[in-house]
Design a protein around this ligand. Structure first.
Ligand code: RIB
Ligand code: CA
Length: 303
């Protein structure tokens, strides 16, 4: 069975690899891409989404630019992680294609027919705006973001949640079926130099992913002393492709928006100690080896 998906993203190395995984996997059909400011400014994340589709010879897939800033807070980007371009490493040509004109909320509402899964892999600004105008716009969201017990921007918060906590709060309070693929499990699956070498000699997409990984690995070696890089966003797409890879727990996830130290925290009731509504599915474990093999196998199959 093929599941239609829409990816809302802020490319970003792992967003780019998530898009390529979707394109390489018959279990999902990528219907469209919306972009949001996050890892870099909107102009750069949008340009990068267009570059990735051209790399994969899939310029048939529409790209719409969305929010250039969070709902209420100033934008915080991550040039220290993804570089000035947002996709430093490979020398990808400037895109020759353009974005689709139109309002991102209107187009998302149009694309998200029954059965289409929304896969956000950046801050949730576009998704919050969509649900504000169309509360039932989608039946299912699988988001890369948040964490149970980790933080990568502050000790308490993951980047996508931290950039726009108000948007994340709106999404988790919307009543929509939301799955959170957070740092606790993405950090368990490290794409290392052996995976990159397997792809370097594959097609042009594989070579580009190896070069993206080279850059991404270096950051993670420096910051975390990891001998590999978590391809965070690809795990959200992989969860739609093969739901047996990630183990989830239905529990309450609340978003902190008014804290001196914990703004942007996804407060996950991992041990069900409250009576709060079990409003989401939190990723609590992953079969890392099977996820990484799926990733290398599928990316390696691209031209
Ligand atoms: O914290 C990791 C997440 O923030 C990933 O989606 C990465 O691309 C950045 O958007
Ligand atoms: Ca991202």
């Amino acid at each position: 069975m093929t599941t239609p998906i829409v990816i809302d993203c802020d490319p970003g190395h792992d967003d780019a690899i998530a898009i390529l995984l979707a394109l390489a996997s018959p279990e999902v059909e990528l219907r469209g891409i919306t972009t949001v400011a996050g890892n870099q400014t909107l102009d750069k994340t949008t340009r990068n989404a267009l570059k990735v589709l051209e790399l994969a010879d899939r310029t048939d897939i529409p790209v719409v630019a969305g929010a250039d800033a969070p709902l209420r807070r100033p934008l915080r980007t991550a040039a220290n992680v993804h570089g000035e371009s947002g996709l430093d490493g490979p020398d990808l040509p400037e895109p020759t294609t353009k974005t689709v004109d139109g309002d991102v909320v209107d187009l998302l509402a149009d694309w998200l027919e029954p059965g289409v899964v929304l896969v956000p892999t950046g801050p949730l600004t576009n998704v919050a705006r969509l649900l504000e105008r169309h509360p039932q716009a989608t039946e299912r969201i699988v988001w890369m973001g948040g964490a149970i017990a980790e933080g990568n921007v502050t000790p308490a918060a993951e980047f996508n949640a931290y950039v726009d906590p108000e948007a994340a709060r709106a999404v988790f309070e919307s009543g929509i079926d939301v799955t959170m693929i957070g740092l606790d499990i993405t950090h368990k699956a490290l794409f290392d130099s052996s995976h990159a070498e397997r792809l370097r000699g594959a097609g042009k997409a594989g070579k580009a992913v190896a070069e993206l990984a080279d850059f991404f690995l270096e950051f993670h070696r420096r910051r975390y002393r990891f001998d590999g890089a978590p391809i965070h966003d690809a795990m959200a797409v992989a969860h739609v492709i093969d739901p047996t890879l990630v183990t989830t727990l239905e529990c309450n996830i609340s978003i902190e928006t008014e804290s001196q130290f914990c703004d942007g925290r996804t407060v996950v009731d991992r041990w069900l100690v409250t009576d709060l509504p079990r409003n989401a599915h939190a990723g609590i474990d992953v079969d890392a080896d099977r996820f990484l093999e799926l990733l290398v196998d599928r990316i390696g199959s691209l031209a």
